[in-house]
Design a binder for this molecule. Structure first.
Ligand code: CP
Length: 308
């Protein structure tokens, strides 16, 4: 299996074999971070620009660390201090950056499809670090990597994703990746945030938390986006937490070896009780650790296909 894409835009585009190749490559790169000298020359001479137009902690830091560990030259562009604020278009901004002999652009943007749009106009590679509510492919890859590492496979596992599915790029990317690798996916949450349309692509939709998690091998809890609360998707944070927050009492009714995941940032004691977030079933910080290996793998594979 050979990688032949200059961009990573969304898991929907990939074959199961391409996803497996990223996961297998990440497993090799994870070993690099466990060495005394945590660096390889794989991207020496390559230049990567990190362009984050939306806030980020985990994704931005782990991409930058991944680039450092691969020996790339790195430039971080602060969108808030760029000429976007003077009215320059996104495409002009990125084409000017590309003119500086850049090999890869890692971008987060609030507009769904922004990375796919610029990728069509650039010779350099483009990696999607989150585009609006559309996709967050490297988050899904690190989630799937963590599940595979912990449970040994993806095929036939039952994975329940709980929360604001409607606005979640993490849910969408996980859905495509997990379905392609043969998992059974359930989306759970209030009917205002979990539309039935997802059933058309093979997802089970459930509005009762106990039912949705009863036989799950993995439960991935999503952040409740406080900024949406005024739009009336649910009556109050307290009410949401009562019906859809994962607490110790629910955990006791679940499989004894269930994995509890969360992409971060967590609203503690809203979608996830603090004791569960920090408890024995939680793999939340391991997800973050694996994000570094997964992003090293994506950067390495994509960089290998950029023609200069
Ligand atoms: N999970 C995630 O994308 O976190 P950040 O927004 O902090 O990057």
């Amino acid at each position: 299996m050979q990688w032949n894409r200059k961009d990573l835009l969304e898991l929907y585009d990939l074959t199961p074999e391409e996803i497996e190749l990223i996961l297998d490559t990440a497993a090799e790169f994870k070993k690099v971070s466990q060495r005394r000298v945590k660096k390889v020359p794989a991207l020496r001479g390559k230049t990567v620009v990190n362009f984050f137009v939306e806030p980020s902690t985990r994704t931005r830091v782990s991409f930058e660390l991944a680039e450092q560990r691969l020996s790339a030259d790195i430039v971080n562009v602060q969108a808030s201090a760029s000429s976007l604020l003077k009215g320059e278009s996104l495409l002009d901004t990125i084409k000017n950056i590309e003119s500086l002999q850049v090999d890869l652009v890692v971008m987060r943007h609030s507009a769904p499809g922004a990375q796919a749009f610029i990728a069509r106009h650039l010779n350099c590679g483009v990696i999607n670090a989150g585009d609006g509510a559309h996709g967050h492919p490297t988050q899904a890859l690190l989630d799937i990597f963590t599940i595979r590492e912990k449970l040994g496979r993806i095929k036939d596992l039952k994975v329940t994703i709980v929360g604001d599915i409607l606005h979640s790029r993490v849910a969408r990317s996980n859905m495509w990746g997990l379905l392609k690798l043969g998992a059974h996916v359930t989306f759970a949450g209030p009917s205002t945030l979990v539309p039935r349309e997802f059933e058309e692509v093979g997802v089970r939709v459930c509005h009762n938390l106990d039912e949705a998690v009863a036989d799950a091998d993995v439960v991935n809890m999503l952040r409740i986006q406080h900024e949406r609360q005024t739009l009336g998707f649910f009556p109050s944070t307290g009410e949401y937490s009562r019906f859809y927050g994962l607490k110790e009492e629910t955990l006791k009714k679940m499989k004894k070896d269930v994995l509890v995941m969360h992409p971060g940032p967590i609203n503690r004691d809203v979608e996830l009780a603090s004791s569960v977030a920090d408890g024995e079933h939680s793999v939340i910080l391991e997800q973050v650790t694996n994000g570094l290996a997964v992003r090293m793998a994506v950067l390495y594979l994509v960089a290998g296909c950029v023609k200069k």
